[in-house]
Design a protein around this ligand. Structure first.
Ligand SMILES: [Zn+2]
Length: 187
């Protein structure tokens, strides 16, 4: 067995859970892995910890995330008793997993606007907090936010501010560029 695999299985304390959803770095059992596969790779891409060679970045995400950390965000608003147990039927598991991963039904709604989602997203990136990042990304679809959208302080956003308040800045830059090009300086 691969050493990385051994590490991750030990992390989960169960030899049954040998499947990794690489989208979020969550480890699942074989029954749940089938349900994850049905949702499609855009929701959950399942790889085997024992049979597949998992990429380093995916292992790193799994290591930082952990199931417990993921569930703190993804099940924050999960009603008492809603979580399936060992005796739950396949249908009950399926309904829960789809609600949790596809609908993000149990995520606490912390943001009230797309602007707030983007601000939280940026803050999570700046503070290197994967759980805040997960929270913002989980709230994004409900607000019509794409996590690839420009962040509030991105270069293009800053340029808009500069253009609005300092229109001469652009002219100065152009003049400098012309002065340089006519000066015959080559590099
Ligand atoms: Zn399971």
């Amino acid at each position: 067995m691969h050493y990385q695999t051994t590490f991750l299985i030990q992390l989960f304390f169960s030899a049954d859970a040998t499947w990794l959803s690489t989208n979020y770095g969550v480890i699942v059992c074989i029954e749940c892995s089938g349900i994850h596969r049905e949702m499609g790779v855009h929701i959950s891409k399942i790889q085997s910890l024992t049979l597949d060679r998992i990429g380093t970045s995916q292992l790193l995400v799994a290591r930082v995330m952990s199931n417990e950390g993921f569930n703190r965000v993804a099940e924050a608003n999960c009603p008492e008793g809603a979580r399936p147990g060992p005796s739950s039927s396949m249908e009950e598991r399926k309904a829960f997993i789809r609600a949790k991963y596809e609908e993000r039904r149990f995520v606490a709604p912390l943001c009230v606007s797309p602007r707030e989602v983007l601000a939280d997203l940026e803050q999570a990136i700046d503070s290197h907090n994967i759980f805040d990042l997960l929270q913002a990304a989980s709230e994004a679809p409900a607000h019509g936010v794409d996590i690839a959208d420009p962040l509030p302080s991105s270069v293009s956003a800053r340029r808009c501010i500069i253009d609005d308040f300092f229109p001469s800045y652009v002219e100065v830059t152009v003049m400098d560029a012309q002065a340089t090009s006519t000066g015959g300086v080559s590099e």
